[in-house]
Ligand binder design. Sequence first.
Ligand code: PMV
Length: 331
Amino acid sequence: MVKRVVASAPGKIILFGEHAVVYGEPAVAVAIDRRARVIVEERGDFEVRISAPDLSLEAGFDLERVLSEDSFSFFEIPQRLKNVVRAVEVSLNACNLKRGLNIEINSDIPPSAGLGSSASVAVATVAAVGKCLTGDSWESEKVSKLAFEAEKIVHGAPSGIDNTISAYGGGIIFQQGKIERLDIGAQVSIVIGDTKVERSTKKLVSHVRSICEKYPLIGLPIIRLIGSLTLEGVERLKTGDFEGVGELMDINQGLLDALGVSHLSLSRLIFAAREAGAYGAKLSGAGGGGCMIALMSPENAKNVLEAIEMSGGRAVPTAFSMRGVTVESEE
Ligand code: PMV
């Protein structure tokens, strides 16, 4: 039986379609080369101890007590670790086992920034617990499905795009839980700009819902338009028309702004990136702060990076990553 496992999972960017994807429209997500790493060790008792040293967070609970309750109580668990607790619970249920565990989380994905940090932690936790307790490396599909339960703790009613891309890696077109693989060519570069403004995905998703309810003849057509734009973007990505992709990213940004999920800090970085020669730029994820992304030719990446830094953002050089959830080591 494996006693100590390290698993990792990538963060993501959304090229097209965030928010609209919650309403069943397609979206395009790509995994990035920043990852969450989770170490799981079996204990000899029924305690679960979770630590996230980077965030100075710790939590612990007794499986005997928690799993015997109908409705899961998160009493005294720090907000940022609630999804991990849930990921542990669903993984133990899937194994049909009750075992004490030590769980350590490390991540180089900025949290609450739209880069899918919570989903990648949940995905890596599920994979590590599964491997530690059963000896099996679970399929991406199974890991994603279990991590989705943990995502609900953070987002309320998530579309499932974050856990899916983190489990599968690469590029995907995601719609209503279904995925199609998408190959993004190496002829193009992406730069992430972090506004350093924290925000809540849950609140932003509910803001869009309130707009759609209050102005159904305006909000919902914008959502549908984002869906059409995403499909057009997919065609341009497939043919390598990156100027077209950039133009569509700019339109997508305008529509997200219309839904009220942009932010002055995002606009500053987005306009700076466009002026520095990016094909296009937009927020990525829920918006309201967090991160923006810019697409450009590899030769132009340095200019865009500098422009983002000059405008007060933290440029995060990044590369696409084909690697989804991975068991990195086991002892
Ligand atoms: O968690 P974030 O900020 O990466 O946003 C996820 C994308 C949304 O479309 C805004 C929400 C969802 O569940 O799809």
